[in-house]
Design a protein around this ligand. Structure first.
Ligand SMILES: [Zn+2]
Length: 348
């Protein structure tokens, strides 16, 4: 069974073909999304229309390619909350705040004449790691923001209205001047423990402790852009690399964010007993195993009632070091649904 898989993010739209028989992607294509890049606009409806047009064009392009020949379904992973019927209820990174709910699955079905499934992008990513009959897990994406999804009992937990998996909006710092989240709220997990949040924290720390920053590996990595390196020269790439290498300054910054992430992980564990946490997203993967080591230390500090230190560390794993989580997960989800729809015929 072949299908067309699409991943719509804030900046990039990816398409590919998924072959369920060999469980592989082919013909991955990346183009910039015709959105606002996260900026608010007066004409949200116009932007929504141009994103739909682009999706139709890209789907038809794959359909007409050698890889797309014989594709029987389309799956779209979308960066925003999505209802069970495939309606996108918000997409701040694609078309900014506000705008009406967009019945994307229905619109694409009408335009392409194919069966279309639309789910949230983190839901799609979770399906990549889903193992039918396997253990429950919670997937966290740590990139410019934070999102999560829980897989349990052969399904990803999202209610019909698209709620669930929004720990990025968990309030962690109640200070009135705490960093602001995309949604407008302050002090939420996504503003503190995301790549963007930790970059802001690194710049604040470099300003507050210029002496410590000056002798850090992070400052050494920033050198070349200015002499001596300035706090605003720090980038996410340099911060992640310095932390990966064990620079005490960078690790201390990352720890401030991971202390909050530990609170979120501990809450999921304490509430649901989930013992497997998969971390994906550019920042987490760039810091690597040290990301998990520091998170485990912070989890030990906040506590996971009933678990020992080695048991806590064993709960944490990194996902695959690529950017194909949503495409592969979407393909696996469509394969599973296709199989379920064929099953009654086979038993006749
Ligand atoms: Zn928020």
């Amino acid at each position: 069974m072949r299908c067309i898989v699409v991943d719509v993010g804030g900046t990039t739209l990816r398409t590919a073909c998924w072959d369920a028989d060999v469980q592989a992607l082919s013909g991955v294509r990346r183009v910039p999304v015709r959105g606002t890049g996260g900026l608010d606009t007066e004409d949200v409806v116009g932007v929504q229309r141009s994103v739909v047009e682009q999706l139709v064009e890209e789907i038809e392009l794959v359909r007409g390619s050698a890889e797309g020949l014989g594709a029987v379904a389309v799956g779209v992973a979308f960066a925003g909350p999505v209802t069970g019927a495939g309606t996108v209820t918000g997409a701040p990174t694609v078309w900014g705040g506000g705008g009406p709910a967009l019945p994307l699955a229905e619109l694409l079905r009408e335009r392409t004449g194919m069966p279309v499934t639309v789910v949230n992008d983190t839901t799609a990513a979770a399906w990549r790691y889903a193992d039918p009959g396997g253990p429950a897990f919670c997937l966290f994406t740590v990139s410019s923001g934070i999102s999560n999804k829980i897989y349990v009992g052969d399904d990803v937990l999202v209610d019909a209205g698209g709620h669930g998996g929004e720990l990025g909006h968990l309030l962690c710092d109640p200070a009135p001047d705490a960093p602001r989240c995309d949604c407008g709220g302050r002090g939420q997990l996504g503003a503190l423990a995301s790549g963007r949040g930790m970059l802001a924290a690194a710049r604040r720390a470099a300003r507050a402790e210029p002496g410590a920053f000056a002798v850090s590996r992070l400052a050494e990595l920033c050198a070349g852009t200015a002499t001596p390196p300035q706090p605003d020269d720090i980038t996410n790439r340099q911060l992640a690399r310095a932390a990966h290498e064990g620079d005490p300054f960078a690790v201390a910054v990352v720890r401030t964010g991971l202390a909050h992430l530990a609170t979120a992980v501990s809450s999921v564990f304490l509430a649901a007993g989930i013992r497997r946490y998969v971390f994906v997203g550019g920042f987490a993967l760039a810091v690597g195993e040290r990301f998990l080591d520091v998170l485990a230390e912070e989890l030990l500090r906040v506590g996971c009632f009933g678990l020992t230190a080695p048991e806590i560390r064993d709960m944490l794993v990194l996902g695959a070091p690529d950017d194909d989580h949503c495409l592969i997960g979407m393909g696996r989800l469509l394969g599973k649904r296709h199989q379920a729809s064929e099953a009654p015929l086979l038993t006749k």
